[in-house]
Ligand binder design. Structure first.
Ligand code: BG6
Length: 478
C-alpha cells in the first residue's frame, strides 16, 4: 500500500459514528500501511477532553473490533489529538488551525487536510464557512467530507449546498453514501464490462423489471429521534436505493474518469419519470411496523423518542421509471423496511423471454447480493452463478468478498487519493430529492393507517399488490 499523508480534523470526534466507523477504518488503513507515519487525527467536539482521554476512548472502541495487541493500538492512538470546540466560536477555529499546522510539521503530513463532518447536519454549513473564513485551509489539498443526511428535501439540500459551496469548490466535496463503498456496488461496472451478454441485456428489450431490496431485521433501535425527522423514504430511497439504480442502469461510461461516470449517472437521474400526486398513490406504498406476532417486540410508535401517533414510515415499496430510450417502460421496483424477516440487500434483474436471442435461458433472474451475510454474491435463478448451468456471467473468484473491505475503509482511501467516483455529486442529489419530494408531499397530505405490518413480516400486503397489478412478483420473498 502506498502511504498517504494528511491531517484529519474530525468534527464530532467524540461521537458514535467516529468511534464505530471511522476509527476502526483508520486503524485498518494503518495496519495495511496506507496510513503510517505521516498522519494525525484531531478530534473536536464540545466536551473538554484531554489527548490522553481521547486516545483511551479510541483504543477502547478498537478493542470491540480487533484482537491486535494493545501496544499496536496505543502506537496508532499516538497520532490522535483532541481539541474542544464550539462550532460557532471563531477563536476555536484559530486554535484548530494552529494545532493542525503544528501537527503537520511534527508528522510531515504534506499540508493536506481532510475535514470530516461527523456532526449533526445543522452544523455542516457553519463549520464549512468557518473553515474557510478563519483560514484553516492548508497549501496541499483541502477536502470536505460530509455524512448524510444531505438535507431533508430539495429546498434544505439546496440551502445546505449553497452554504458549503461558498467555502469549498464542488471538486473538494466528498458526500458519503456508504453504499457506494460496498464491494458489490463498486464491482458492478466491472461485472457489466466483463459480461457483454449481460450488458447487452440491460435495457427495455430484454429486461422485464429490476428489483432492489434493502431489508433490515432491526427496528430503529436508539435512533428514534433522528428517524422521526426522516422515515425510510429519506433514509434509504433518496440515497442508497437511487445510487444502486445508478450503478445498474446508467450507461456504461466511455472511460473510468470520475466526471464521465457521474455525467452518465446524472443523466439517468434527470430522466426519472415524474409522478403526479395521484400517481404517487398508485406507485408507492408505505408502512410502519407493529409488534411481532407474539407481541414481544415494540411497535414503532412505542420506541424511545417516537411520537405515540407518529406517521413516519418504516417501510416503503415503490415503482420507479425512467424516460429514456434504454429504460422506458421498465419498472424498477424498490423496497426497504425495518423489522423485516431478515437483513437482505440485493438487486434482482428479471429478464424477459426475448433473452433467448442472446443465448440466455428465457426469464432468467440475475441476482447481485450486496451484503456479505448473503453468501455467494451472484445468483442466476437463485443458484450460485457457477452452478447455474448458464455461462453468461463470469466473476473473478477473488472478488467474492473473501477479503471484503469495510465500506468506510475504501471510501477513506478514495478521499486520500482524490478519487470522487464513489461519492454523491450535487446534480445527482438535486434530481433525486425532487423526485422524493413529490412522494413525501403527497404522503404528508394524507393520514396513513399505521401501524400496518407486523414486525418480522414482509411489510404491508399492498407491497405485493404493487407488483401483482403489473403481472409481476417480488423475487425475494423470504
Ligand atoms: C443508513 C441508515 O444509512 O443505512 C440506517 O441511516 C440503515 O437506517 C443503514 O440501517 C443500513 O446500512 P447497511 O450498511 O447496514 O445496510
Amino acid at each position: 500500500a502506498k502511504e498517504k499523508s494528511a491531517i484529519f480534523i474530525i468534527f464530532g470526534g467524540s461521537g458514535d459514528l467516529a468511534h464505530r466507523k471511522l476509527y476502526p477504518s483508520l486503524f485498518r488503513l494503518y495496519k495495511s500501511g496506507f496510513l503510517k507515519d505521516h498522519f494525525a487525527v484531531i478530534g473536536t467536539a464540545r466536551r473538554p477532553w484531554s489527548d490522553d482521554y481521547f486516545r483511551e476512548t479510541v483504543v477502547t472502541s478498537l478493542k470491540d473490533y480487533f484482537d491486535d495487541s494493545e501496544e499496536v493500538m496505543t502506537e496508532f492512538a499516538k497520532h490522535f489529538f483532541y481539541q474542544s470546540h464550539d462550532v460557532n466560536d471563531s477563536e476555536h477555529y484559530i486554535a484548530l488551525k494552529n494545532l493542525a499546522s503544528k501537527l503537520d510539521d511534527q508528522f510531515e503530513a504534506g499540508h493536506n487536510r481532510v475535514y470530516y463532518m461527523a456532526i449533526a447536519p445543522r452544523f455542516f454549513g457553519t463549520v464549512a464557512e468557518h473553515i474557510n473564513s478563519e483560514g484553516l485551509k492548508a497549501s496541499g489539498y483541502n477536502r470536505l467530507v460530509i455524512e448524510k443526511p444531505f438535507g431533508r428535501d430539495l429546498d434544505s439540500a439546496c440551502e445546505l449546498n449553497g452554504n458549503i459551496s461558498k467555502a469549498f469548490p464542488e471538486n473538494d466535496i466528498y458526500r458519503i453514501d456508504h453504499y457506494l463503498g460496498k464491494e458489490m456496488i463498486q464491482d458492478i461496472p466491472n461485472i457489466r464490462k466483463n459480461n457483454p451478454k449481460l450488458e447487452q441485456a440491460l435495457n427495455n428489450k430484454y429486461v422485464s423489471n429490476i428489483q432492489i431490496t434493502l431489508a433490515e431485521s432491526l427496528g430503529v433501535e436508539d435512533r428514534g429521534g433522528y428517524y422521526e425527522t426522516a422515515g425510510v423514504l429519506r433514509d434509504m430511497v433518496q440515497n442508497h436505493i437511487m445510487q444502486i439504480i445508478g450503478a445498474v442502469a446508467s450507461d456504461e461510461p466511455e472511460s473510468e474518469d470520475a466526471d464521465v461516470i457521474h455525467k452518465n449517472k446524472t443523466e439517468l437521474f434527470s430522466s426519472l419519470k415524474e409522478l403526479s400526486p395521484e400517481e404517487v398513490d398508485q406507485a408507492f406504498v408505505r408502512g410502519q411496523y407493529d409488534t411481532d406476532n407474539l407481541g414481544d417486540l415494540k411497535a414503532y410508535r412505542q420506541e424511545d423518542n417516537v411520537a405515540e401517533d407518529s406517521n413516519i414510515e418504516t417501510f416503503v415499496a415503490g415503482k420507479i421509471e425512467f424516460d429514456t430510450d434504454r429504460w422506458r417502460n421498465v419498472p424498477f421496483y424498490v423496497r426497504s423496511g425495518k423489522r423485516m424477516p431478515k437483513k437482505s440487500s440485493r438487486i434482482d434483474i428479471v429478464l424477459n423471454d426475448q433473452v433467448k436471442e442472446l443465448g440466455i435461458r428465457p426469464n432468467s433472474v440475475v441476482t447481485l447480493l450486496i451484503e456479505r451475510e448473503n453468501g455467494h454474491s451472484i445468483l442466476i435463478n437463485g443458484v450460485n452463478y457457477k452452478e447455474a448451468g448458464q455461462d453468461f456471467i463470469k466473476f473473478p473468484e477473488e472478488a467474492e468478498f473473501d477479503k471484503a473491505r469495510e465500506a468506510y475503509e475504501s471510501l477513506i482511501i478514495d478521499i486520500l487519493s482524490g478519487n470522487r467516483v464513489h461519492f454523491t455529486l450535487w446534480d445527482e442529489l438535486r434530481s433525486t430529492w425532487k423526485y422524493i419530494d413529490t412522494i413525501r408531499q403527497r404522503w404528508d397530505s394524507q393520514t396513513p393507517e399505521f401501524p400496518n405490518y407486523l414486525s418480522g413480516s414482509m411489510g404491508p400486503d399492498a407491497s405485493e399488490m404493487l407488483l401483482e397489478r403489473d403481472g409481476n412478483s417480488w423475487v425475494w420473498d423470504d
